[in-house]
Design a protein around this ligand. Structure first.
Ligand code: 3H9
Length: 708
């Protein structure tokens, strides 16, 4: 096995190199290697100073996240990095941390125990632990305020966003930026530092005095708003606050207490699940890693509406020249105006420079013809949802596109194989289903038709990353993964209002569960006419005698499409602020009366269970039918496309945390009340619940049998 930590001498400076690919996480063996290397360097009279550096693409990206599960399950004791960090800090020779890539979490904590930090201009530092539902656990909340000041430490520890090299230098986290060769710069810095007294971070208390307590209040308010429902950000704020009140060692003890509370919580298990789910999702068992990819240099998009415009922006954002085609000048102008407006608002928020906006716009060619489509490597179709139109468009582009050009449909419900049948290249046809707004939402469902080639799938996965999306493979079934599951979720929300809950109660219960907004509010935002159109297209598939929601079609017939018309389930003012609409309430009551539905009081618990377990049960069907490869993929879809709270891990992980026997029992209860057609538990769910399995264990089993 290659050495995780190695030591060599360069110009009387000991260079300690960490080699634990891919990200030099502090896995077992790394702390031990650091300890022995530092001890050896300290004892060697030839050594004047010590440089610690990471091999490969990064410094240390943090603790090994996989270890946390083992600690929580009792498989491994929870070790502490604190003694090692103290040894580094107490070293008689100056220790210089040379940072490139990322010094995240435990990586930054190690770096802060050094006497100096030097950094490559492109590197980042951060305490992103809260994104995993935990807080820094190796004195990060105690050393960071001493270096960066309390306000910066609160921001970094409570919200977890990384800080670039210049910012890190400005706030005092690093001492120098090294342009050019980092190691050479670090070694020469170390030689200069040798012999001078070197500061211990834990003794530097000057930035802690006179702390304004309002810093903590403001951070708590911000966390309540932007990290709603999460415990780790609040714990991180408490831990940093303790640095201002307690001596260093007592502050560390308080941090450890808060860290443990977070580590053993369901929230951190959920967020860690989400972290690995997102990283596992691009692996397609029958598509080898080394599948040759198509080169995507130019793109073309058909349709400049809401979706087409967003898709066009995705390509331009990734630096890919893109043609966008519309059928009328008016629609094209409207589409381009929206694109410009979107970019301008990002510039206004300071998140994009004017030059970058201009550069992105220069990559977009708006036009009414197919000119240049024969040069495109991929053509993305985003026309109105309707099979006849889609087939016509695919027939047209098939005739123009060059051989090898990928044809991707943004359909959200339609049959990819039927669309592909309009072409002579079904192996190059698939779905690229974006989520609105397409330039913002990270999810991209990559829909595999029966003939879609493996290289096309592999290229799509790679392209998703380039477009800053999370690509999830979905089978070709109506609604694919996300929208198929959404149907019963929205159905239950509507049934609940018919049975007696108010629109506001349903929205609030799901919001309190952690969803970004309630289901009916989401319908109003997306436009109720979207579902109305889909329902009309698939009306012939409805089973006679099975209950269907009564109200949304009526709202649409009245021209109440949601936010865009000012009225839907709720009423909206000019700022799109919702208020209850007595007319909707009356309409619901009337519809329920006509259908003979007895109205009653409905608890928040029932609202949440009906909606969320409808998602879970449909998810289990989707998984059982092979529409999704893994339960974790379904979670990734819901976390990135539907704003399911990441701290609950996604619907399938949530079901595991509730316990599948309890989930099954509740579904059975609903089945008794609402009938087999609506609430038959999926066979897969039943099997797992009855055999002590979980969706997570099923994923692991499948991964093992697929050979890794
Ligand atoms: C912590 O430090 C707690 C401390 O306070 C100490 C407490 C005692 N561990 O993301 P990528 C894997 S908590 C294990 O695709 P990128 C990842 O799964 C930690 N594995 O690359 C993937 O594996 P695979 C605080 C890790 O270039 C591969 O590396 N630190 C870890 O897009 C490549 O990852 C964090 O939260 C890890 N720490 O992004 C940092 N990190 O190839 C988390 C990555 O098998 N990591 N892997 O799928 C990141 O933010 C990104 O991975 C990073 C690289 C920016 C580093």
């Amino acid at each position: 096995m290659p050495e995780l930590v190695s030591l060599r001498l360069e110009d009387r400076v000991a260079v300690v190199t960490i080699s634990n690919p891919p990200v030099n996480a502090l896995s077992p063996g790394v702390p031990e290697g650091l300890r022995s290397s530092i001890a050896a360097a300290a004892a060697d009279p030839a050594v004047l100073a010590i440089v610690i550096i990471g091999d490969g693409r990064t410094f240390i990206a943090g603790a090994d996240i996989r270890e946390f599960g083992k600690v929580v399950s009792g498989e491994r004791p929870r070790g502490s990095l604190l003694p090692l960090l103290r040894e580094i800090e107490d070293c008689s020779k100056p220790v210089i941390m040379a940072i490139h890539g990322t010094a995240f979490g435990g990586g930054l904590e190690v770096a802060m125990a050094g006497h100096y930090r030097v950094i490559a201009p492109s590197a980042q530092v951060g305490q992103p632990e809260v994104k995993l539902g935990i807080i820094p656990g190796a004195a990060g909340t105690q050393r960071l305020p001493r270096l960066a000041g309390v306000a910066k430490a609160v921001e970094m520890c409570a919200f977890g966003d990384p800080v670039g090299a210049r910012d890190a230098q400005a706030c005092g986290v690093v001492d120098a930026i090294i342009e050019g060769d980092l190691l050479a710069g670090a070694v020469s810095f170390a030689r200069e530092a040798a012999g001078r007294p070197h500061p211990k971070t834990r003794d530097r208390d000057e930035k802690l005095s006179n702390t304004d307590p309002a810093i903590f209040d403001r951070a708590r308010q911000q966390a309540a708003k932007t990290r709603r429902g999460q415990m780790a950000p609040l714990a991180a704020i408490d831990a940093v606050e303790s640095a201002t009140r307690l001596p260093f060692d007592e502050g560390c003890a308080r941090e450890a207490e808060l860290f443990d509370r977070c580590l053993y919580s369901t929230q951190s298990k959920s967020l860690i699940h989400a972290f690995f789910a997102e990283r596992g999702v691009s692996k397609i068992p029958d598509v080898p890693k080394n599948t040759p990819l198509f080169e995507i240099r130019r793109a073309a998009v058909i349709g400049a509406g809401t979706m087409g415009g967003g898709i066009t922006m995705n390509y331009a954002n990734a630096g890919i020249p893109v043609i966008v085609k519309e059928t009328t000048q008016e629609a094209l102008d409207r589409g381009m105006a929206t694109i410009r407006k979107n970019y301008a608002s990002t510039v206004k928020k300071g998140k994009l420079s004017q030059a970058a906006m201009d550069q992105r716009l220069s990559l977009i060619t708006p036009q009414l013809t197919y000119d240049g489509f024969d040069q495109a490597d991929i053509i993305a179709e985003a026309v109105f949802e309707g099979m006849a139109l889609k087939k016509q468009v695919f027939g047209e582009i098939d005739a123009i596109a060059k051989p090898g050009c990928i044809l991707a449909s943004n359909t959200s419900y339609l049959d990819i194989d039927e669309i592909a049948s309009a072409t002579h290249r079904s192996e190059l046809v698939l779905g690229h289903h974006y989520f609105s707004p397409a330039n913002v939402m990270r999810l991209l469902e990559i829909v595999r038709g029966k003939a879609t080639g493996k290289a096309v799938l592999a290229t799509s996965m790679a392209l998703a990353k380039r477009l800053n999306k999370v690509g999830v493979l979905a089978g070709n079934a109506r609604g694919f993964i996300g929208n198929r599951m959404l149907t019963p979720y929205l159905r239950e929300a509507q049934f609940l209002v018919e049975e007696g809950a108010s629109v506001e109660e349903v929205n609030q219960a799901l919001y309190d569960f952690g969803m970004a907004m309630g289901p009916l509010a989401m319908g109003d935002l997306a436009g109720l006419d979207v579902g109305w159109r889909v329902r009309k297209e698939f009306k012939h598939l409805e089973k006679p005698g099975v209950r269907v929601p009564l109200v949304s079609d009526r709202l649409c017939e009245m021209g109440r499409f949601g936010q865009k018309t000012g009225r839907g389930w709720s009423r909206y003012d000019e700022n799109r602020q919702a208020s209850p609409d007595p007319e909707t309430a009356a309409l619901i009551e009337q519809a329920a009366r006509e259908a003979g539905i007895e109205r009653r009081n409905i608890t928040r618990e029932e609202i949440v269970d009906r909606c969320i377990l409808a998602l879970v049960n449909e998810g289990a069907y989707v998984l059982g039918e092979g529409i999704a490869l893994r339960a974790a993929d379904i979670d990734v879809v819901y976390l990135n496309g539907y704003a399911f709270p990441a701290w609950r891990g996604g619907p399938m992980f949530y079901a595991d945390t509730v316990g599948l026997p309890a989930v099954l029992a509740r579904i059975e209860e609903f089945r008794q009340r609402h009938g087999d057609d609506l609430w038959s538990p999926a066979a897969l769910l039943r099997r797992l619940a009855e055999t002590g399995g979980t969706f997570g264990s099923l994923d692991r089993q499948r991964e093992t049998s697929a050979g890794g």
